[in-house]
Design a protein around this ligand. Structure first.
Ligand SMILES: [Ca+2]
Length: 173
């Protein structure tokens, strides 16, 4: 099947933006506008205010088999904010380290051979006084057959900064 970015057809929300002084540029939909521009001031990235456990969530509006996800981090400043972010992919809504890492603005992709059934993609940074920024989230997959939904549970990933290599990676939680 041809790859289609399902995120473009979904709905995005986030925990809060109101008290972010640059809120005009940080709406949740900016991570699914089809644009990886990683300069926050260009208006294609999201940002929550500083808060406990900030989150961003995508509702694909139907159940899909998700075969890959690509996230793009901010480049013009502070890419380290994303370190430790957890990504949950699944069919239910669940409740939702601070080091230096170079490599802002890069796009990070995780692929699954068999795919994960999912309607909701939630990104959360656990911890107090954190700020979540995403410049783009792309989700690829195809409509889920009924039998597939019984075979697998949801999946948790974590975005990590490898300080030794100054690089980013996903790990499965
Ligand atoms: Ca964007």
């Amino acid at each position: 099947m041809s790859a289609r970015n399902l995120a473009l057809y979904g709905k995005a929300t986030q925990s809060d933006l109101v008290q972010n002084p640059w809120s005009a540029n940080g709406h949740a939909i900016n991570a699914i506008d089809g644009n990886r521009d990683s300069n926050y001031e260009h208006g294609s990235c999201t940002a929550t205010k500083l808060q406990d456990d900030p989150w961003w969530r995508l509702d694909l509006l139907d159940k899909y088999v998700v075969t890959s996800i690509t996230i793009t981090n901010r480049k013009d400043c502070c890419p380290e904010r994303l370190d430790g972010a957890e990504i949950h992919i699944g069919n239910s809504l669940l409740n939702n380290g601070n080091n230096q890492c170079d490599g802002g603005g890069r796009s990070l992709t995780f692929k699954w051979n068999k795919g994960i059934p999912g309607r909701y993609i939630t990104v959360v940074i656990p911890g107090s006084n954190r700020l979540l920024t995403l410049c783009e989230v792309e989700v690829y997959g195809y409509p889920a057959p009924d039998e597939f939904l019984k075979m697998f549970n949801s999946l948790f990933l974590q975005v990590c900064c490898d300080l030794f290599h100054s690089s980013w990676f996903f790990q499965i939680l």
